[in-house]
Design a protein around this ligand. Structure first.
Ligand code: CIR
Length: 263
């Protein structure tokens, strides 16, 4: 259960500079006020499960800094500060490190000059850390992570993010110890063999980035078919508006670091 039950989450308020956030395709300028409202709903959902949420202040110098997931990997035995592959996001990881040091006592860091890795490419199950190579995460980053967490009880497995997809977890989420929500295009690669896979409904690929957080599955609003599939499978689903983050290729997992710090 350690892969989906958590005592803590960290979020960061969206900055006004979010309008300059990275995006693969420009589908319009994010509305800051609406994003703030969605963000508040998201935090309320996390808190409703009994977790403590550390809400960090906005960082105007980093337009994408609301997407805190990409800055670190937080596991029961420790935290690893990432090296984001997007140059404009590299500094976000250093901004996160002191907060994790406070909660964990110390942190490890990806440091190699050629190593790049973002948290959005990492899916942790009870036994494995799956890391998707992508435009943001390279083999050196995966190898360095594997060395750092070698004693933490997981197998690190390098997998591949589908072409044109930002992050591995853009297309999948952990639902419980043996179940993964995935797009068909990702699951068809065979990377989840051995797990139970629930496919998102056709045409609803954008809701594959959801999160299991304690007793809730938190998914972006507006994907009724997949919501029904999840509810029929017994999950307790909460929808959160994601229209503004979606303009920047962001979703439910990107907005938090979720963990139970060991001290
Ligand atoms: C970016 O391109 O880096 C941001 N606009 C979106 C990051 C989304 N993060 C995530 O999927 N973990």
């Amino acid at each position: 259960m350690q892969s989906y039950t958590f005592s803590h989450a960290i979020t960061r308020r969206p900055a006004a500079s979010i309008i300059a956030g990275l995006r693969a395709v420009d589908t319009g300028t994010p509305d800051l006020a609406l994003m703030q409202a969605h963000h508040a709903d998201y935090i309320a959902a996390l808190i409703s499960t009994g977790a403590e949420v550390v809400e960090l202040g906005a960082l105007e110098a980093f337009p994408d800094s609301v997407f805190v997931e990409d800055t670190a990997l937080c596991l029961p035995k420790g935290a690893v500060v990432m090296r984001p592959g997007a140059p404009s996001r590299l500094g976000e990881a250093a901004e996160m490190a002191p907060h994790l040091e406070t909660l964990y006592g110390h942190v490890l860091r990806i440091e190699g000059a050629d190593s790049f890795i973002e948290g959005g490419d990492i899916l942790t199950t009870e036994t494995e850390i799956l890391v998707g190579r992508s435009a943001r995460t390279n083999a050196a980053g995966v190898a360095e992570l594997a060395r750092l967490v070698a004693d933490w009880g997981y197998t690190v497995r390098e997998v591949f993010t589908p072409p044109g997809v930002l992050h591995f977890k853009t297309d999948c989420s952990l639902l419980d110890a043996e179940t993964i929500l995935s797009t068909k295009r990702l699951a068809d690669s065979g990377c989840f063999d051995g797990y139970k896979v629930i496919h998102v409904a056709d045409g609803e690929e954008a809701c594959a980035n959801s999160i299991r957080f304690n007793d809730l599955v938190i998914m972006p609003a507006g994907f009724a078919k997949t919501r029904r599939i999840l509810e029929q499978a017994g999950y307790n689903v909460r929808e959160i508006g994601n229209s503004e983050c979606a303009k920047l290729d962001g979703g439910m997992s990107c907005l938090s670091l979720r963990f139970t710090p060991a001290r």
